[in-house]
Write a protein that binds this ligand. Structure first.
Ligand SMILES: *Cc1c(COP(=O)(O)O)cnc(C)c1O
Length: 217
């Protein structure tokens, strides 16, 4: 697979769903990928990337930013409050806002800095105990809490359970977003981004489809 294949497939999925061309943002998920592969995708002109660990992103993106202008970096993995400052220095968007303590610290930091990253609330649509995210039944209240803290929420994010049909989870996420007046939907990965686009995804997070398989060896 490759960047051009994924962008072609995204365009086709947009068209099939009756969505405007360019309405879906591709986050190229570069976690664990060797720097040569990331540089190759940057050289092809892509600028929007997702990383799931603050530390790993801190080690590679400041260097890339010196060589490539206009990089937009999205945090799509868990955020510990003690890494919040570092995350705010690095990331343009955070997709994993999932608890009140983090929201409170974020609200304080945003006040101090005067800028706020684009924010998505992670929803644990499969109610999996090991997974981050607010439960679907708690989502409305948490969105309200964040708004009370003057945190501008762009949308919702979910990672469906691996062994279930993702479309059910995409539909649930879209439903929660809609009833809360949210338009951003961060959903869909290499194996299911077309189904996510059919159900309204605005941000798809594609790793192996763009870069090839991750080698954790
Ligand atoms: C790794 C990761 C992805 C990308 O997964 P692929 O299957 O390689 O496309 C998407 N979202 C999150 C949250 C991830 O951690």
């Amino acid at each position: 697979m490759s960047l051009s294949e994924i962008t072609t497939r995204i365009a086709a999925a947009e068209q099939k769903a009756g969505r405007a061309p360019g309405s879906v943002k591709l986050l190229a998920v570069s976690k664990v990928q060797p720097n040569e592969r990331v540089a190759h995708v940057l050289q092809q002109g892509h600028r929007i990337f997702g990383e799931n660990r603050v530390q790993e992103a801190a080690g590679k993106w400041p260097g890339f930013r010196e060589h490539f202008a206009g990089i937009e970096l999205h945090l799509i993995g868990p955020l510990q409050t003690n890494k919040l400052g570092q995350a705010l220095d690095l990331f343009d968007a955070i997709h994993t806002l999932d608890r009140e303590k983090l929201a409170r610290k974020l609200a304080d930091a945003v006040q101090t800095r005067g800028t706020c990253p684009e924010l998505f609330i992670q929803v644990n649509t499969g109610q999996e105990p090991q997974k981050a995210g607010v439960l679907p039944t708690d989502a409305d209240a948490f969105i309200t809490t964040c708004r009370t803290m003057d945190l501008p929420i762009a949308g919702l994010m979910a990672i469906p359970p691996v062994d279930e049909e993702p479309s059910l989870h995409f539909a649930l996420l879209a439903k929660i977003a809609k009833r809360n007046g949210l338009t951003g939907l961060s959903m869909g990965m290499s194996g299911d981004f077309e189904r996510a686009i059919a159900l309204g995804a605005t941000h798809v997070r594609v790793g192996s489809g763009v870069f090839g398989a991750r080698d954790y060896g």
